[in-house]
Design a protein. Structure first.
Length: 255
């Protein structure tokens, strides 16, 4: 019999993060470079044209009853969904659950309960919409028949809320047409939204609210390193001012 566990006070060392894990983390939480943004929007246009051409071919080969897609702003929900995520930084889940009741196009806002934090923050939050985001929603709203309620991006199969995986294949197609890296996730558009705001000089607290983070420490942890280095600017300004005064005083003393 062993009287005591000989390993009772032994703690295992936490394993180091592997190269694969570090690469995965970097690809998931990063922003888009300028050329990638241009490629993304090119890919969105290519997706729409591909769908239009497919419909033309179907109509020309025995399916003339299918409506043409040539005169529509959006061939389906995919492009407005991706654009709205790009312009708002909302999580895919919140866009799946977005209803026209939540959208105020007159005041350019979205007001809804954030699903990820609904268990401890059940009250709705208000998010301002940019002109670009409003433009996307207005065009999609009109195309859908200007509904007063209902899901903004309904399933094309049953008109109800889409499943959480509904955008995986469409995003892969857009990404392919855009020539973007295969490891660029749809969720990266949310990180890009926050990153670009921070690098543009936006206040961390404001970005935290726009991202609907339950704690500003989340924003600081993931995005603070991207903000302009105001502390360095302050130190440099102090050094320049001090040097200038010292030189002026030295010249006055000599004369």
């Amino acid at each position: 019999m062993i009287p005591a566990n000989p390993l009772a006070c032994v703690k295992l060392q936490k394993p180091a993060v592997s190269e694969e894990e570090m690469a995965e983390q970097a690809s998931q939480r990063r922003y888009l470079e300028a050329h990638e943004v241009a490629a993304l929007f090119t890919g969105l246009d290519a997706y729409q044209e591909e769908k239009r051409e497919q419909r033309r071919q179907s109509r020309a080969h025995g399916k003339a009853y299918l409506p043409t897609l040539d005169g529509l702003a959006y061939v389906d929900h995919v492009v407005p969904f991706i654009k709205l995520m790009y312009y708002t930084g909302l999580r895919p889940g919140d866009l799946f659950g977005l209803r026209w009741d939540h959208v105020n196009l007159t005041f350019a806002t979205i007001r809804k309960v954030i699903e990820k934090t609904a268990h401890h923050r059940p009250e709705p939050m208000t998010f301002p919409l940019s002109t670009s985001a409003v433009g996307v929603l207005k065009a999609w709203h009109q195309q859908q028949g200007a509904p007063a309620s209902g899901v903004v991006f309904p399933s094309p199969h049953n008109g109800k809320r889409m499943s959480q995986t509904a955008m995986q294949k469409p995003w892969a197609r857009v990404r392919h047409l855009a020539g973007l890296p295969a490891d660029l996730l749809l969720y990266s558009l949310r990180h890009n939204f926050a990153s670009q705001l921070i690098m543009g000089g936006a206040d961390l607290l404001a970005v935290s609210k726009l991202m609907a983070h339950s704690d500003i420490q989340t924003t600081i942890q993931h995005y603070a390193h991207l903000r302009p280095d105001h502390t360095r600017d302050a130190v440099e300004a102090f050094a320049r001012e001090t040097t200038s005064k010292t030189l002026a005083g030295h010249k006055s003393y000599k004369s």
